[in-house]
Design a protein around this ligand. Structure first.
Ligand code: PLP
Length: 440
């Protein structure tokens, strides 16, 4: 038991590298010997990963299992590893910083974080940044700032926040209250936390939901979990106008769609609209846990000393990696390449939709954040693709979600679609056989 634990810990330890096959091989050998013990027994049963797959390392868009099988990674840890696995410049940034300073807390200045904040605000509407460690925390910071902005101006009666159906803002109490997804709130939110929900994209319903108590509106410019759906230009402008008219703050949750994912640095930059607050995480750290909440001066100035805090938020390791992510994103062709590759992948997937109308319905999304609406259950297809070594995600509305690394190659885009096509072809045959068998 103990040796099994030790070898598994070694795999996830900081010294495990692609070359270190003796370490990564150890876990699977041990796991095979321990067939009667579920190695996940000591974890909360909140997740259900496929037990038979254990990855030991990754390179770019590829993941390798302990037994040497190669998978094409088109989910990227849910839009996190935006520059793939083991990008040499990110590895170097983390390695270099790790030799100097890991952590100080925000009791002291962190120059890497100050620099990162400056670079973020130089590339968007915002004036000031608060660093966190995750998407939920970035949303929490933003939701608190919305309330704080009104409260510290003497308008504490304005505290309610309006959100969209299908939203996802993370799993803290505030974030599940905000998103209002019953399957997430059930058993955890016994009372009104001060959030009102309107149907996604419904401007009249949104206007009707605004009251004297409304402090802000929160939405994802491109909903991720809710079904990879971008809001319309008209809706974006309508929401901003309503906010300006009523003195309400607008917050964008760009935890998934930000950091270059849609082919712009931030997804709302596809629209001619800016928010007052923006939550970021996922791609910002490329796999190192980091989040950020960006705000205008007016909002940030309400969050004075002691109003909010985080022990780890923006620590030197995270900031060093994220500054390198910014270097990569700000390189001349990076974002235009994301747009080009996004269009290529959308085109290839649309070809499959046309070819397999009994299995696929439509393609949606922006840049390299792409959804494929399925006719057959998305979970079945996801598993079939995984069996053929292509990893994708799922989303609401019976969607499959494609989130390849931003620097994915054209060859890998083609390869993923070839795998998808062969799975759809084989699956179609199986369906046809099943149907003809019934007729006989
Ligand atoms: C993933 C996600 C979150 C939550 O991020 P965590 O890091 O899991 O807390 C919030 N909002 C959106 C849009 C997300 O996709």
């Amino acid at each position: 038991m103990n040796s099994f634990k030790d070898s598994c810990n070694a795999v996830s330890g900081p010294n495990s590298t692609a070359e270190d096959s003796s370490v990564s091989g150890g876990c699977s050998t041990q796991a095979a010997d321990e067939t009667h013990v579920n190695p996940r027994n000591a974890l909360w049963p909140t997740y259900a990963p496929p037990m038979e797959i254990v990855f030991s390392h990754g390179r770019g868009s590829e993941l390798f299992t302990t037994d040497g099988t190669v998978y094409l990674d088109f989910i990227s840890g849910i839009a996190v590893t935006g520059f793939g696995h083991a990008h040499p410049r990110l590895v170097n940034a983390l390695h270099d910083q790790s030799k100097h300073l890991w952590h100080l807390s925000n009791l002291f200045r962190v120059p890497e974080a100050e620099r990162l904040a400056k670079r973020l605000v130089d590339n968007c509407f915002g004036d000031r940044v608060f660093f966190t460690n995750s998407g939920a925390e970035s949303c929490e910071a933003g939701l608190k700032a919305i309330r704080g902005y009104h409260a510290f101006k003497g308008n504490a009666e304005r505290y309610r926040i309006i959100s969209m159906s299908g939203a996802f803002h993370g799993r803290t109490l505030g974030a599940i209250s905000a998103a209002g997804n019953p399957s997430h709130t059930k058993g955890f939110i016994p009372f009104d936390y001060g959030f009102d929900q309107v149907p996604w994209g419904d401007l009249p319903a949104l206007e009707a939901a605004i009251s004297e108590e409304t402090a802000g509106i929160v939405l994802e410019p491109v909903q991720g979990e809710g079904g990879v759906r971008p809001v319309s230009e008209a809706f974006m402008h309508g929401v901003r106008n309503l906010c300006d008219h009523h003195g309400i703050l607008l917050m964008f949750d760009e935890v998934q769609c930000g950091m270059g994912r849609t082919g712009k640095m931030f997804a709302h930059q596809h629209y001619d609209v800016t928010p007052d607050v923006m939550a970021l995480a996922k791609g910002i750290g490329g796999g190192f846990p980091l989040g950020a909440c960006v705000a205008t001066e007016a909002v940030a100035s309400a969050m004075g000393i002691g109003t909010h805090g985080s022990t780890y938020g923006g620590n030197p390791l995270a900031a060093a990696v994220a500054n390198t992510i910014m270097d990569l994103l700000l390189e001349e062709d990076c974002l235009s390449e994301v747009q080009r590759k996004g269009e290529l992948l959308q085109k290839l997937l649309q070809g499959l939709v046309r070819k397999f109308p009994n299995q696929l319905k439509a393609v949606s999304g922006k840049g390299l954040m792409i959804g494929v609406e399925c006719v057959i259950p998305n979970t079945d297809l996801l598993k079939l693709l995984r069996d053929h070594h292509l990893l994708v995600g799922k989303a609401g509305g019976n969607m499959l979600r494609f989130l390849p690394p931003l620097n994915v190659s054209d060859e890998h885009l083609q390869q993923a679609c070839d795998i998808f096509e062969s799975v759809l072809e084989a699956n179609g045959e199986a369906l046809a056989k099943a149907t003809s068998a019934q007729i006989v």
